[in-house]
Write a protein that binds this ligand. Structure first.
Ligand code: NAD
Length: 321
């Protein structure tokens, strides 16, 4: 793609969509960003507010968009829909957000495009699958933000535990972006050695502590944030900027995006997160490796949990969405 071609369409001008745009603007990676929402006044307000920062960042065209913008977009990011209320799980949002995602994909599908679709709306794995079915695009071009955020939370807590720069911690959360997610210790390392071995060398803590103490707060991170301030948006905004960079610059980055598995990891026809190579066309390759037996079982349980969420909307006739 030529430098002038970098166009991003964002559907959903709420906290997540606009924080993502704020993060993306600062990377200078997009030349054009078009924002769409059912609430045009909200779009106008957000565009005006964000535009007042343009003198401080590389040139970009930032404007209210329409679905026709999808035709020549490189990325379409969907952040539209209901968010968790305190006490609600991501899965609880499925009925409401399935209807929204179906109507948005109906609009996007009217415009032939080579864009990569990035689903963010929760429950993200089931909705990535729904978008894939609605759009009928190649599977590599329909991805979910998946556990990119959860992996970042995992890295952050490990980095704090070990007293190491978070960028030097390579750690992955796989499976559902939700309550059944799996901390993949067997794929995680610091300086090329397992976290457990690193802790033995470091000797600053009991080496079993991270295994016992970190996965649960990673999995449950969103709940206290929602209780304290209503929603989460900074971490996901930066995660989306990272995914966008991988696509816009064809970086072939390893990211735990949600993708449709067709036999990889022994899982058939479910969108969930595993380490993937992400570039200009979306998921270039799914890195299919052998997990520890307990992780494999947990991943299969996670796939089952996503299938159940998807079933709740598949059983309903489309007219009732
Ligand atoms: P928000 O309420 O601030 O914004 C949602 C926006 O969607 C609103 O502006 C609303 O007008 C718009 N919208 C609703 N229906 C629409 C439609 N049919 N077409 C276009 N726009 C429509 O919510 P938020 O905090 O921005 O969260 C958005 C979604 O992102 C939620 O589902 C939330 O759970 C999810 N989320 C995902 C992750 C992740 O890691 N995947 C992280 C945080 C939040």
């Amino acid at each position: 793609m030529s430098h002038r071609d970098r166009k991003v369409v964002v559907v959903g001008a709420g906290a997540v969509g606009t924080t993502y745009i704020y993060a993306l603007l600062q990377t200078g990676l997009a030349d054009e960003i078009a924002l769409i929402d059912v609430n045009p006044e909200r779009v106008q307000g957000e565009i005006m507010d964000l535009s007042h920062g343009l003198p401080f960042i590389p040139p970009v065209t930032l404007r209210a968009g329409e679905y026709a913008d999808c035709a020549d977009a490189n990325i379409i990011v969907i952040t539209a829909g209901a968010k968790q209320a305190p006490g609600q799980s991501r899965a609880d949002l499925i009925r409401q957000n399935a209807q929204i995602v179906r109507s948005i994909c109906g609009q996007i599908g009217r415009y032939p495009t080579d864009a990569v679709l990035v689903m963010v709306t929760n429950p993200v794995d089931a909705l990535t699958h729904l978008a894939f079915e609605c759009l009928n695009w190649p599977r590599e071009r329909v991805v979910g933000s998946g556990t990119v955020l959860d992996s970042a939370r995992f890295k952050f807590l490990l980095s704090r535990h070990c007293g190491i720069d978070a960028r030097n911690v390579h750690a992955y959360v796989i499976g559902e972006h939700g309550d059944s997610e799996v901390a993949a210790w067997s794929l995680s390392h610091i300086a090329g050695i397992s976290i457990e071995k690193y802790c033995q060398i470091c000797q600053a803590c009991n080496c079993l502590e991270p295994h016992r103490e970190i996965p649960e707060p990673v999995r449950d991170s969103a709940y206290p944030i929602i209780d304290y301030k209503g929603s989460t948006f900074y971490g996901i905004g930066l995660s989306l900027a990272r995914i966008s960079g991988a696509i816009l610059r064809d970086e072939n980055s390893v990211l735990t995006v949600s993708t449709l598995l067709r036999g990889e990891y022994g899982i058939q026809d479910i969108c969930l997160s595993v380490p993937c190579i992400v570039g200009e066309n979306g998921v270039i390759r799914i890195i299919d490796v052998q997990l520890a037996p307990d992780e494999q079982q947990a991943l299969e349980r996670s796939a089952g949990a996503i299938a159940e969420i998807l079933d709740t909307v598949r059983k309903q006739p489309p007219s009732s969405y």
